[in-house]
Design a protein around this ligand. Sequence first.
Ligand code: N01
Length: 534
Amino acid sequence: MDAEYDAVVVGAGFAGMYMLHRLRGLGLSAVVLEAGDGVGGTWYWNRYPGARCDSESYYYSYSFSEELQQEWEWSERYPQQPEILRYLDHVADRFDLRRDIRLGSRVTEAVFDDDTARWGLRTDTGERYTARYLVTAVGCLSAANIPRIPGLDTFRGRWFHTGRWPHEGVDLTGQRVGVVGTGSTGIQAIPVIARQAEHLTVFQRTPNYSIPARNGPMDAAFQREVKAGYAGIRRKQRESTNGHPFDVDPRPALSVPDDERRTVYEAAWQRGGLRFRAAFADLLTSEEANDTASEFIRAKIRETVRDPATAEALLPRDHPFATKRPPIDTDYFETYNRDDVTLVDVRQAPIVEITRDGVRTASASYPLDCLVFATGFDALTGPLLGIDIRGTGGRSLRDEWSEGPRTYLGLQVAGFPNMFTITGPGSPSVLTNMPTSIEQHVDWIAGCIDHMRGRGLARIEATEEAERAWGEHVDEAAHRTLLPMAATSWYLGANVPGKPRVFLPYAGGFATYARRCDEVAAAGYEGFVLTPGD
Ligand code: N01
């Protein structure tokens, strides 16, 4: 027997839990199906050494409940994974969400029934659900990208992907460890692994810019100030480009004299964190401006890393700063001054195979006891295409997106009525502070469902025309920035062999995007067809 609901939500991370809360508030019956054995999504799975949020704790959090934001105490400037997971567990309990969350239920199939205008879902445990609305809250970075390197199955040591780290932890003491990948994850993990392992070998394909995090304990006076000023902080987040409560320096980088510009960068470097991007207004729109920031960071790397050949290999040169998601770190470049850490440039000498004993590149072999893949994710589309989703007339989302995703506002796909995709491709998502984007999407979806129920509407579907126009706008917004210049960026799908090269998130800015969503709703859901039903 199918379990019948008004809405099924897939995923119990930040997005799925808040969606459930809002759906309940509308009086809908709703269930959340979650593959993991606990809530938390990204923060349930990513338990690698050093896993920590790159956004600051006081605003990487829900804003929907004043009581919640007043009662929760963050202990550090950047929260560690266990602390964020505790927070999300607290949210699940505080809002009594668990009774409608089914853990250990991976959705394998979702099929729209044209006759009933309802979705039918199936899980890997054989359970079946039907619902009027399907809301995907599957996360943007949840489908692990494990490179297909020949010989991995012959490796005698242990290997792990950072996004599937064992819950009991991994003791790396006395081990020869290899890390593949120097994105945000690798850059967080490498210093921590280096302190534990006997020897660490880092296999780097693309050198990365990284800014010091300057983490530290949360100052009690600052915490009090934040709590007193939350209304203003949240407003600022919602009026911003990236969902962070930062002021961007309004000046173009080249409008100030060289020494003043260096002073601005130095102050931003010392303050630390993603706010470095806000040092000048045009870092992501002018190559000349960006060059000044990129060169400042390269000089810092040269200053930090003692061995000139290693420093040279660590210098990012093939893309402008922040055109790939900028990592932030604690002692990343300093780690290469350790005698027990080796950097291997696999762009110079690619990995050829994994043997029983370790990794063999085109120029040498590296014996290892443990191999860590910090190789990222099949971002944005991977988690959705991992489910066999069928819309009207049995059309398959995998087929529809074979040349890249097409969405309207990153919220819906033409031909897939009543399916909403929280932080889907074509929305600002990964270019922003995720909880801000998640709350905006959930609120919009809740408003839309409320509108439909109030008017006896049973079905909402994006038009192909609206979808096409939005796709063009997403592309145009990306090309108004330097973002497409990073040829190896996962924003473009470039990290997954064979994935279509389409700029995935919407680069027009969070506030602009949210305004557009509100205008669409105010115009009676312009670009959607709404149909009455029972
Ligand atoms: O993944 P990545 P990530 N051989 O794709 C390399 C978020 N995040 O997990 O650049 C050798 O960025 C790949 O090389 P290249 C954040 O949004 C947030 O680090 O493709 N190398 C790259 O160096 C972030 O951006 C937090 O040439 C291979 C690395 O692996 C996103 O997650 C913390 C390879 C992958 O980097 C993803 O970050 C951590 C191969 N076959 C992450 N395949 C927060 O704190 C890939 N690589 C919120």
